[in-house]
Design a protein. Structure first.
Length: 259
């Protein structure tokens, strides 16, 4: 049986998603918990690997098992064996052709910025804090240059191992609500650090350090060395993974807003 699972986690105390020897990872915690429920070793495949400090409200994984358990038992059993910063939200049986990574048609992230003079205490590991005043209008203007299919070499990490740098951005919006800025981005896939690099560029535009046309110039340069800084990990959330309707997976909850 193949089972798909929806997971949320606070990435603050993890060395990212992927299992690494000697470090605490989300994958390691999830596999240990599911293995106890299954009573055999479980290996999972995720929709998108997240870096250290990055959070998720809607990560999707799948695993194969000969064990027969009610879906409720997979959920409650896994959560009984998971630490408090990881939660299984749902579990459903899926067809054998479902693949958490390769069946995904789109992925959505939200980047959360707290824009005020003083640093946060309660949200210090949940948002990106920027003390300089930001203007959402030029940020939105710069973001429009990135919509559509492009070579995003200027927005990928230098160590990115993706086979090609072309991705299609379906949505990139910047909205303000009080002291909070939200950057919402949806694409068919993302390069390593791509969202955080986009956020870093738009922060430079929003602060007046750069002009909105700079975003277009960076895109056309196809050179990461001329790009902006990589925004901090703690403001980033994986908020949705979209699959064909035939797989009938539960929908994602609205992304975090913090008030």
């Amino acid at each position: 049986m193949r089972i798909a699972v929806g997971i949320e986690y606070d990435g603050s105390d993890f060395s990212g998603w992927q299992t690494q020897h000697g470090t605490r990872t989300v994958q390691g915690c999830v596999e240990r918990a599911l293995s106890k429920v299954a009573d055999h070793p479980v290996r999972v495949v995720c929709a998108g690997r997240t870096d250290a400090g990055v959070h998720a409200t809607a990560q999707v994984i799948h695993f194969d098992t000969p064990a027969r358990r009610p879906m409720r038992s997979w959920i409650l059993g896994a959560n009984a064996n998971l630490p408090g910063d990881v939660t299984v939200r749902w579990a459903v049986a899926v067809r054998d052709d479902f693949h958490a990574r390769f069946a995904a048609e789109r992925r959505s992230y939200r980047y959360v910025i707290l824009n005020r003079m003083v640093r946060p205490a309660l949200l210090r590991r949940r948002v990106c804090w920027v003390h300089r005043p930001l203007d959402p209008a030029p940020m939105a203007e710069g973001a429009r240059h990135l919509l559509g299919e492009h070579d995003f070499s200027s927005f990928r990490a230098l160590a990115c191992q993706a086979r090609h740098p072309v991705r299609t951005l379906h949505r990139l919006e910047v909205a303000r609500a009080g002291d909070f800025f939200f950057m919402d981005v949806t694409a068919n896939g993302f390069l390593h650090h791509m969202v955080r690099n986009i956020a870093g560029v738009l922060l430079a535009v929003g602060s007046g350090e750069r002009d909105p046309d700079w975003v277009r110039e960076l895109l056309q340069a196809r050179d990461r060395t001329v790009g902006g800084v990589t925004a901090p990990a703690q403001g980033l959330y994986l908020v949705e993974v979209g699959y064909p309707a035939a797989h009938a997976l539960p929908g994602a909850d609205p992304p975090p807003r913090f008030w």
